[in-house]
Design a protein around this ligand. Structure first.
Ligand code: FAD
Length: 509
């Protein structure tokens, strides 16, 4: 860090994406500061309802999945529209979705990052930033500024960082508006979800037995404006014929099916992640998981660039890998949103889709998508493992039995050598890459794809995705090591620090 810098990285927003990114940077030993406008980490409302299998795996890779599992409820299925897709046969330690309110997800994340020593400055609203050749100066609304080399906007759908960087946010305008609230009722509401030509409506009792979570689709598109109790009463009456005596709201908000994605996730020294990079209708519960996975993809790359072990262009792979994943998820949420409008014709279509979706191949395809277990980053042609998540294998090592994910706890790359052939040569990267000699006796099975050929070695990135697969020799290994972890050194020492300046992004305006 230079004398003029307050931190190497400033993260704006301590929501799920910002906290996950801060954890990844802390694990990599990079100095980062999180600026959050809220006065503390407590989220008053429940917000999102859970996370899916790949996100649980991601948390498992860091050794914290149990904290979330202990507070939530698992369901061995993924939902598509009204169709329940069984995923009990998926080859993962977590073949389920986890129902857990976002306020608990954020509390657990806040506890974890506190243990990691992350610095979060609450009550700090970012007003904008100024870029120059050496870095970025982040302006705080109530005065003062912070200097850093990189700025990451994890500041939600209305991201000040995205707007300040001049990043376009194209997509589809809202066609429908929902009210969401946590309230008390004087009358008992009907249980379950109601679906009509307008959309879905539901009133569910919450954990305390007193509060109800209400979601109701409005008759008009009210994309802007503060939601009021009068709006909620009116909508309930128009759907149910009564407002159930609704009173004492502790949370009242409005959301729409507006669907947008940032044209680029990176502009020079400025990056965006989570809702700052993509917004969509909440159907299917993709929001939190997408943000956590963005952060896990970006964290180790940004850490290596900040430390000078990798060139700045490594950051371009963040957009290249994560933009297509969210683009696909956005289309899936749009399809789900369409299926939630059930006039008679849409109900007929929904029935047809439902019948097809439970057949084996479509079920696996859709459950793979919803769960995030089918993600494949485009790392070129090769073995089916390449670019896919590394399975959490039970390994036999010289030191005893070990799960693959345990090797990823420290967020460092792993070269797993499984073959009888001589160990791959990683002399120039020994201080960066953990080399593990192990045996694995089970089948190599991937979600959706099924069984694949056993490799003799696998290079796994800190985010748990496979960067290289050995099939009897080291062909392509040095190139993969250089691409993902920077140039090595012929003497077995890590390569010299790379000094490269980031591409200049558009001037801040
Ligand atoms: C009303 C509502 C209901 C939702 N329901 C669901 C659901 O049922 N299921 C689901 O999966 N998802 C749901 N979502 C979406 C889900 O909550 C988001 O996808 C998720 O929170 C995204 O995480 P994030 O970290 O990217 O952004 P956010 O959670 O939005 O976090 C952004 C953080 O940045 C802070 N911030 C913003 N601007 C600034 C600034 N200028 N300076 C400093 N700090 C700033 C904010 O205070 C916030 O803490 C819902 C969202 C809303 C708003």
């Amino acid at each position: 860090m230079s004398a003029r810098e307050d931190a190497a990285v400033v993260i704006v927003g301590a929501g799920p994406a910002g906290m996950m990114l801060s954890a990844e940077l802390a694990l990599a030993g990079v100095d980062a500061v999180v600026l959050e406008r809220r006065p503390d980490h407590v989220l008053a409302d429940s917000r999102a309802g859970g996370i899916h299998a790949r996100t649980i795996e991601l948390l498992d890779q860091r050794g914290v999945a149990d904290r979330f599992l202990a507070e939530g409820r698992t369901v061995q299925a993924a939902m598509f529209g009204a169709t329940t897709l069984d995923m009990s046969d998926f080859p993962t330690r977590h073949p389920y979705s986890l129902g857990i309110w976002q306020k608990h997800i954020e509390r657990i994340l806040a506890g974890w990052i506190a243990e990691l020593g992350v610095k979060v400055s609450h009550g700090h609203q970012v007003a904008g930033f100024d870029l120059d050749d050496d870095g970025v100066t982040v302006r705080i609304a109530h005065g003062g500024s912070l200097r850093a080399r990189y700025l990451v906007g994890c500041d939600g759908g209305r991201s000040v960082v995205r707007k300040g960087a001049g990043i376009e946010f194209p997509g589809w305008d809202a066609t429908r508006s929902n009210l969401i609230a946590e309230v008390q009722l004087t009358e008992q509401p009907p249980s379950g979800m109601r679906q009509d030509a307008r959309g879905v409506h539901a009133l569910h009792p919450m954990e305390d037995g007193v509060t109800y979570r209400v979601v109701v689709t409005e008759s008009d598109l009210e994309a802007s404006g503060e939601a009021t109790l009068a709006d909620l009463r009116r909508s309930l009456v128009s759907v149910y014929g009564t407002d159930f005596g609704v009173h004492t709201p502790t949370w009242l908000s409005r959301f729409t099916d507006a669907t947008r994605q940032a044209a680029t996730y990176r502009s020079g020294r400025v990056l965006i992640a989570g809702d700052a990079a993509h917004v969509h209708y909440p159907a299917g519960g993709q929001g939190v998981g997408l943000g956590l996975q963005d952060a896990a993809n970006l964290g180790w790359k940004l850490a290596q660039v900040v430390k000078g072990t990798s060139p700045d262009r490594l950051l371009d792979t963040y957009h290249a890998e994560r933009h297509p994943v969210a683009a696909r998820a956005l289309r899936y949420t749009m399809a789900q949103g369409a299926l939630q409008r059930s006039d008679d014709r849409m109900a007929a279509l929904s029935d047809v889709v439902g019948q097809l979706a439970v057949m084996d191949e479509p079920r696996r395809l859709l459950a793979g998508l919803v769960s995030g277990l089918d993600i494949r980053y485009d790392l070129g042609e090769g073995h089916p493992l390449l670019g896919r998540r590394m399975p959490d294998l039970d390994l036999d090592t010289g030191g005893g039995k070990l799960r693959m994910f345990e090797l990823l706890r420290s967020a460092r790359p792993v070269l797993l050598h499984l073959g009888a052939a001589s160990a791959p040569d990683v002399a120039g990267w020994v201080e960066r890459v953990q080399v593990v000699e192990a045996a694995y006796h089970g089948r190599w099975e991937l979600p959706v794809l099924g069984t694949v050929d056993a490799p003799t070695a696998v290079l796994v990135r800190p985010d748990g995705y496979v960067a290289w697969v050995g099939e009897g020799d080291d062909a392509g290994l040095p190139e993969a090591l250089i691409t993902w972890f920077g140039p090595g050194d012929a003497d077995g020492r890590p390569g010299g620090a790379i000094r490269s300046e980031p591409r200049r992004g558009p001037t801040h305006h």
